[in-house]
Design a binder for this molecule. Sequence first.
Ligand code: ATP
Length: 343
Amino acid sequence: VTRILTGITTSGTPHLGNYVGAIRPAVEASRTPGTQNFYFLADLHALIKVQDPAKVQRSTLEIAASWLACGLQPDNDRVWFYRQSDIHEIPELTWFLTCVASKGLLNRAHAYKAAVDRNRAEGLEEQEDHGITAGLFMYPVLMAADIMIFNAHKVPVGRDQIQHIEMARDFAQRFNHLYGEPVGKQYFVLPEAMIEEHVATLPGLDGRKMSKSYDNTIPLFAPREQLKKLIFSIVTDSRMPGEAKDTEGSALFQLYQAFANAEETDAMRAAFADGIGWGDAKQKLFDRVDAEIAPLRDRYETLMAKPALIEQQLLDGARTARERLGTPFMRQLREAVGLRDLS
Ligand code: ATP
């Protein structure tokens, strides 16, 4: 079996980008025979960015309800759905990996480098680490532990995450070399990034990547009226109806494409060339998105009214994943590095 793993950070309300880039393809993949699927709410990751407990809790419920509303059917045998922080082996493995991770490699991680660059740009060359937590710095190690505790083979990610998967491979190789080779064992498989070429990175309302951190999102389950308002607020250029419009670089077109089939996309491309007015184009986008989301939104509302049911599913997911996989594997790893045998 191929083990596939995907997580969403519980740092805010899930948005159309999370749906198109993660939830929709993952739910489809979970129906493929011959795979084991691990879907989790990355709440330990959320702590790197969010220090508001109510927000983390709310986000956890919203993201969990979203996965289930979009058709995820956890069976705790082939499809697991859980909260990262309920898998106690993850922070423990994070420490094991921290002790084989090269600091120099972590210095080169994109998220950390971007934070350093921001400080430098603000004239803080002397204190380039100003305001950067060790949590942000260590983020790739935590991510490696998420993947490696279940020895996942494939991790569907956006291009910006390839580097983190390469780091996980590096930690896996070092661990295998240090502790596996002397006893003829290969503890970790080397995970691979699965780049979904056909899955677009959705732009947000301001044209940058749609992201919980940028406050530029269209929430996946915004009420209908709000969805309409947000879609009508997407930034467009000042071309008038009758003037041909560029599909290239148009956030509106990219969003449409992510929800439409090939035929509908071609028709929209032709409408752009024919000078469709922005208002009409936005109406078409709204109709298309709402047609796909409306039935899911009803299920979402029902689920959000039953948090205890969601909680039970998450707890069952974590318990069975630990019993079957995480705990026995961690025993092996503890033995490998020379810690007390827990059994
Ligand atoms: P944050 O701002 O907290 O980093 P995010 O909204 O950018 O959050 P994550 O929770 O880090 O997203 O990512 C969860 C999944 O959603 C990942 O698989 C990621 O590739 C996907 N994703 C996030 N934003 C987009 C987007 N704009 N377009 C397509 N996929 C996206």
